[in-house]
Design a protein around this ligand. Structure first.
Ligand code: ADP
Length: 996
């Protein structure tokens, strides 16, 4: 073939004659793509070698020079090379350009006839240009496959994925590296490409209408989402941790479906039907406290989608950050919002948007941090038309509530405070993120420290400090503690206890990290870095007061933030998916912004006590105040232009509370020395006194709100949301005098703290304060996330606890072991309720011991756990020796006949048991007959619950017989057993105390 063309076209001559045109055609777009594709083809044909390639594609050299080099090379190689070169150019260039160049009628083709392939490496080379095309849309997947098969390391991947390379260049680099790794790596790539082709064709079969433009857009969106979500940037913006390497499952709670609580759920399950509360709504809300891992969880969702590993039923995913949407000043239509803020379609915009409108169920929107939006959710201004322009928050609210883009699934994250009833009614379902489980902490530490010995040491020191371990349930604190492991290992047991301790540690750690003197930083470390602290503190403080979390370069300059302040690592450059952007910064985490704001409120000589007062104001009062004035005005500082316009939403309240908590911690006695180095001691002392006064006043306001008891009932305080916060502030301050003072004024006998978001950290604070109560109280903590670590934290206040209610709190046998170990000798402790936890037979031996030992113990409720006949037998052992228990609840366990018989045997002569529930335990007639003995002999039993079992006529007859001899029993509940309606009618007539 070569010889023929030589005769007609004289390729070498042609190359010389057309040199300028060829160069222009290859290079005028400014992109190296054409040139590189030509090289791919020549390489594949064996016409060029690797060395030739290196000589042509010299990094940093002008594109035209590289192209000239190639032309020279093929010219010197001879006519065959020139001929192949022309063929390649013709294939690579767009039709019009190619035709213009080759008008002379040179119709050469490259020889693609199948040659027998010996090895995968050879195949990789011969199919190079095809592979580049195929791989460029799925680099992530290919890299992952190579890492998983052990051919690539993460450093290899990083080298390929550098953002300076275009997707096709990344594909070429991947192929080059694979070649150097040998035959098996080449085979892995070929297999990967084959598989992804197959899955693509199956996708096309299920979605036959996808146009080329759509598929291109989808690829672009995926690679942009992947680029945005691949790394976690929590180290000073300098080093990035791949999300895949660090992501640790967080605990989740589906409030509407308690059986699935605390299991981790796949994203499919979260979007799917489980736990749905409103079928008409499209919005799934994931709520959690600051630092509970909401953004990271959403980032994980994005990444798994982009990697093709989750939620593949959604063809498009549009991720939004509410923080960033705040800075959009223009009115936008939905189309503009999607395309300008997420990913711009290079072509076919209308067609792609129409697809979205036509197929809403194939599209997913995510909104991170609804609480950070300047406007609170409102359902006032309705928009239904996707082309209508409106302020971004209005669009967002209409999207969430479904009047816009109905059918598109939305996933929203928010702190719980920002979720009011107006929003709740538009929720498809809600899940709560509950931070790491104990094994999650373990797993995170092992992922964060590549050296297993180091991880083990960190974990060991955590086990020795349960207050700190409690803090680590919060992912952000877990990260900080792990990050500061050196400082942690160096300090003795118990020296790190409060959240403020942890944040001061990270502050010191960052300064140390950037200290020019690499040894250790001195005792004056805060003073030495005071400039930075005040600059960043002011930025943080004013941001908190204005709900601003993103700062422009001008914002920073006006607050004196310098380049070297930025280098410390507390600020990271703001990620943004939109196109036009100037540089912006945000704090590593919102809690760090609050901490620096707190430092500023204390250390700034310009801020007096009024800033402290405002931080501690209770919410109701604050609401009124915010309507009137801007919080930032409490600072006398000059020229502080508004970072954001003034507004009066409540979104900032949680941040003000976190800041106040840090202020309390910093004003603790043990940090006075440190603060005195940096500010006037008189001022610091004045602020301390003032904060103490605010806290004590806040507590009193709560106590004053306790209503008088209804006659015959205990005086009970139902905690307002801020009670827990005030308690946490007192704990941070480590001020036992304040705790004692406050508790001496509390007169309630029962403290109700249900649904208060109480986790281990809050338990530590509660115990610190409640231990000073004068008289025993009932502590009701139902429906929180206390867990085993929380139970351990509560131990110091158990001596003043008369009854402990811990329904639905994720507690296991281990938590019970520790609890009973403590309360066994505490005479005040008389009742416990543990409905719906994770207890098994293993906990019953501890209760048995408690029952044997404590002859004034009154009530044991263990419903809805996993207790079987074995557990019931253990309990029976204790019951035999107990003379005080009045209430025994085992509803919803699995004790069966055998367990019922054991309990009946132990209780049959009881003079104390008043109420016994074996509802839903698989008890049949044998069990019922045994229980009849309790009725027959016990002098105290009043209520017997046997609903939802499998008792037949024989069992009921036995109960009826027994009742003949007993006049104390008021009712025996037998609904839903194995009886016919005729039998029920008959029995009712015989014994009216039987309830069917
Ligand atoms: P939130 O959005 O709830 O305030 P983030 O998602 O920003 O919390 O989490 C704060 C930090 O905690 C992250 O930067 C990361 O270091 C760590 N983190 C959170 N969730 C996880 C997780 N699932 N796995 C590993 N680290 C996490």
């Amino acid at each position: 073939m070569g010889a023929d063309i030589m005769k007609t076209c004289l390729p070498q001559e042609l190359l010389l004659k057309r040199r300028a045109e060829i160069l222009h055609a290859l290079c005028s777009s400014g992109s190296a793509e054409h040139l590189e594709r030509v090289m791919d083809m020549l390489l594949a044909q064996g016409e060029l070698g690797w060395e030739d390639c290196q000589n042509v594609l010299v990094p940093g050299r002008a594109l035209y020079s590289n192209a000239r080099q190639l032309l020279d090379l093929v010219y010197t190689k001879g006519a065959d090379s020139c001929e192949l070169f022309f063929s390649a150019v013709k294939q690579v260039l767009p039709e019009a350009l190619g035709d213009a160049l080759f008008l002379s009628g040179c119709h050469s083709t490259l020889d693609y006839t199948e040659k027998p392939q010996r090895t995968s490496t050879e195949e990789l080379l011969s199919q190079r240009s095809d592979l580049v095309l195929k791989l460029q849309g799925c680099i992530d997947g290919a890299l992952r496959a190579l890492v998983e098969s052990g051919h690539f390391s993460s450093t290899d991947c990083d080298g390929i994925q550098l953002p300076i390379y275009t997707p096709s260049q990344q594909a070429r680099r991947l192929l080059d590296l694979v070649r150097s790794k040998g035959e098996s790596a080449s085979l892995a790539v070929l297999q990967f490409v084959q598989q992804s082709l197959e899955s693509e064709s199956s996708l096309e079969q299920t979605n036959p209408n996808l146009t080329n433009e759509f598929v291109k857009y989808q690829k672009k969106l995926k690679s942009s989402v992947s680029a945005q979500s691949r790394f976690l940037s929590t180290y000073g913006g300098t080093s990035h941790m791949p999300l895949d390497d660090i992501y640790t499952e967080v605990q989740m709670e589906l409030p509407s479906n308690s059986s699935d609580n605390y299991k981790s759920m796949s994203f499919e399950e979260i979007i799917g039907p489980v736990g749905t509360v409103n079928d008409d709504a499209d919005t799934v809300l994931a709520s959690g406290e600051a630092g509970s891992g909401k953004s990271t969880w959403l980032q994980r969702l994005h990444l798994l989608w982009a990697q093709g590993k989750a939620l593949q039923d959604f063809l498009l995913l549009f991720p939004f950050s509410c923080r960033r949407l705040n800075s959009e000043q223009r009115d936008l239509s939905v189309q503009e919002l999607l395309f300008q803020h997420c990913c711009w379609p290079d072509r076919g915009q209308e067609e792609i948007f129409q697809f979205i409108l036509d197929h809403p169920h194939l599209v997913l929107f995510t909104f991170d941090g609804l609480d950070e939006l300047k406007q609170s959710f409102a359902d006032e201004q309705r928009i239904c038309c996707p082309s209508q322009r409106a302020p971004v928050h209005v669009l967002l609210f209409n999207l969430i509530q479904g009047s816009l883009m109905k059918g598109v699934r939305k996933v929203v994250t928010s702190r719980p405070e920002a979720v009011g009833p107006a929003l709740k009614k538009h929720l498809h379902k809600e899940i709560h993120l509950k931070g790491f489980s104990p094994s999650g902490i373990d797993c995170f530490m092992r992922k964060h420290h590549s050296d297993p010995n180091e991880a083990a040491k960190v974990l060991e020191s955590l086990q020795a400090n349960t207050a700190l371990l409690g803090l680590c349930h919060s992912p952000v604190l877990c990260w900080i503690v792990s990050q500061c492991h050196k400082e942690l290992l160096g300090c003795g047991e118990g020296s790190l206890q409060t959240i403020t301790d942890v944040y001061l540690m990270i502050l010191q750690h960052f300064f140390q990290h950037h200290s020019t003197v690499k040894s250790s930083i001195g005792v004056n470390w805060l003073q030495e870095n005071l400039g930075t602290v005040l600059h960043l503190g002011q930025l943080a403080f004013e941001g908190i007061s204005n709900s601003s979390y993103i700062f422009s370069v001008t914002d920073m300059e006006t607050r004196g933030v310098t380049e070297s302040d930025i280098c410390m690592g507390f600020l990271i450059q703001s990620k943004d998916m939109s196109l036009a952007n100037s540089k912006c910064y945000e704090f590593l985490h919102i809690t760090l912004q609050c901490f620096l704001a707190a430092l500023f409120a204390i250390l700034s000589r310009n801020s007096g006590c009024s800033a402290i007062s405002k931080l501690f104001e209770l919410q109701e009062m604050k609401k009124k105040r915010l309507r009137g004035t801007c919080f930032g005005a409490c600072l006398n500082s000059t020229n502080t232009p508004n970072i954001a316009e003034e507004h009066s939403t409540m979104a900032e309240t949680p941040n003000l509370q976190i800041t106040a908590t840090f202020v309390s911690g910093l004003l603790s006695q043990r940090y006075q020395k440190l603060l005195f180095q940096c500010s006037s001691s008189v001022l610091v002392e004045r602020k301390t006194k003032h904060a103490e006064k605010c806290l004590s006043k806040g507590m009193q306001q709560h106590f004053r709100s306790i209503p008088q008891p209804v006659q015959g009932e205990k005086k009970s305080m139902h905690a307002m949301p801020e009670f827990v916060w005030l308690i946490k502030c007192i704990y941070e301050m480590q001020n036992s005098r304040l705790a004692k003072d406050a508790m001496s004024k509390l007169e309630a006998e029962h403290l109700k703290l249900t649904y208060c978001n109480i986790g281990p950290v809050e338990c530590t604070a509660l115990a610190y304060v409640l231990q000073h109560l004068k008289n025993p109280v009932g502590i009701q903590l139902d429906n929180n996330s206390v867990g085993d670590v929380g139970v351990e934290q509560l131990l110091p206040c158990m001596h003043i606890c008369s009854s402990l209610y811990l329904r639905n709190n994720n507690i296991t046998d281990e938590g019970i072991r520790k609890l009973i170990d403590k309360v066994i000798h505490l005479q005040n402790f008389q009742k416990i309720a543990l409905f719906n936890n994770r207890l098994t037979d293993a906990c019953t031996k501890h209760f048995s011991y408690l029952l044997k030992t404590r002859q004034n113990f009154l009530s044991l409720r263990l419903g809805n756990n996993n207790i079987t006949a074995e557990g019931a037998k253990q309990l029976a052992e204790g019951l035999k020796f107990n003379h005080s228990l009045q209430y025994l609840g085992l509803w919803g366990n699995k004790i069966g006949d055998e367990g019922a018989e054991a309990l009946a045997n132990a209780l049959q002569n009881s003079e104390s048991i008043v109420w016994l529930s074996l509802v839903g335990n698989g008890v049949g007639s044998a069990g019922a007959c045994a229980i009849s003995n309790i009725i027959r002999n016990s002098t105290s039993l009043e209520d017997l619950w046997l609903t939802e079992n499998c008792i037949t006529r024989t069992g009921v007859e036995s109960l009826t017989q027994a009742l003949k001899h007993n006049h104390h029993v008021k009712s025996v509940w037998l609904k839903n057993n194995d009886l016919t309606s005729a039998e029920i009618e008959e029995m009712e007539q015989i014994e009216s105390r039987l309830v069917f």
